[in-house]
Design a protein around this ligand. Structure first.
Ligand SMILES: Cc1cc2nc3c(=O)[nH]c(=O)nc-3n(C[C@H](O)[C@H](O)[C@H](O)COP(=O)(O)O)c2cc1C
Length: 280
């Protein structure tokens, strides 16, 4: 009997152990699943740093763009500054060249008057026709430039109004004042003098210039030039001789205003041929 009971107990023990073993397998399976979830979560998590490193990269990229931009801005500011600097150097050079013989690179001065705004046949311009010719002469000869600018700029920017003001000045034989210091004329042998033809004549502000500088320009070689829309030189040379009798007036040049805006290559050629003919 005892032997039977111990056999039964041993059987029960064996059955219950088998049951335990089967429940441990399930646990393993769950853990596996869990670990799968965890690993997918981990891979999501690992995407996050990837994302943020991407984001970081983007930030870096953004930063470097920003840096590049600011370099660009810095560069363009620098460029702008150096343009400014160049401008002021140019201005300063002109003044220095005119007033300091030690730095003089040229014995030629180009004096000119010119208008922007609405002009005949060319519409609204931001670089006056006569300015364009004056600059070509300066380029061709290495001359200094002096622009005759009105003290108070009373000249209208529309063509019709400008013609009225100009006509009135001519009728009144006015002498409008010009601004700025004319460079020391004693530094120059030759002075080119140019302007647009206004009502068949020099603009009256140029007579102000002639009268105020007649003494300083006596004995100099004077070379007139005009821009116009049909009147040519309009007697600029003779009128200049009358205004500055002691000047030696050479052959002048007349250029169509419209060509200054629209045919610059041919204008430049004409200007250079004329300079060669003058021996300058
Ligand atoms: C007030 C005024 C009067 C003008 N009178 C004449 C003229 O008598 N003969 C002519 O050919 N052109 C005349 N023009 C045209 C200018 O001489 C021509 O457009 C010139 O190239 C303008 O030069 P600017 O841009 O340097 O001012 C006149 C223009 C203006 C504004």
């Amino acid at each position: 009997m005892k032997r039977l009971i111990s056999i039964i107990l041993a059987l029960v023990l064996a059955i219950s152990m088998a049951a335990c073993g089967s429940s441990g397998g399930n646990t393993e399976g769950n853990t596996g699943n869990k670990s799968e979830n965890t690993s997918s979560a981990a891979s999501e998590t690992s995407e996050e740093p990837a994302d943020s490193s991407e984001a970081a990269n983007n930030v870096d990229a953004a930063n470097s763009v920003e840096t590049a931009d600011s370099v660009e801005i810095a560069d363009s500011t620098e460029a702008a500054n150096s343009v400014d600097a160049a401008d002021s150097v140019e201005t300063a050079d002109n003044v220095a060249t005119a007033e300091n013989p030690a730095t003089a690179s040229s014995r030629i001065l180009v004096v000119y008057f010119s208008r922007t705004g609405e002009q005949y046949t060319v519409g609204v311009i931001d670089h006056g026709n006569t300015t364009i010719v004056a600059e070509m002469i300066a380029e061709g000869t290495g001359a200094d430039l002096f622009e005759v600018l009105p003290v108070d700029d009373h000249y209208p920017m529309t063509y019709d109004e400008l013609t009225d003001v100009a006509k009135k000045e001519q009728n009144d034989n006015a002498r409008p004042a010009y601004a700025g210091e004319v460079p020391d004329r004693s530094q120059y042998d030759t002075v080119f003098i140019g302007a647009p033809v206004w009502w068949g004549d020099w603009p009256m502000i140029m007579y102000t210039f002639f009268e105020e500088n007649a003494d300083a320009l006596s004995g100099k070689t004077l070379v007139p030039f005009s821009t116009h829309e049909g009147s040519g030189l309009s007697g600029f040379d003779k009128k200049l001789s009358s205004a500055i009798p002691a000047g030696n007036v050479l052959k002048g040049l007349a250029i169509r205003g419209n060509d200054c805006q629209n045919k610059q290559d041919s204008v430049r050629e004409t200007v250079n041929d004329w300079l060669t003919e003058l021996g300058l």
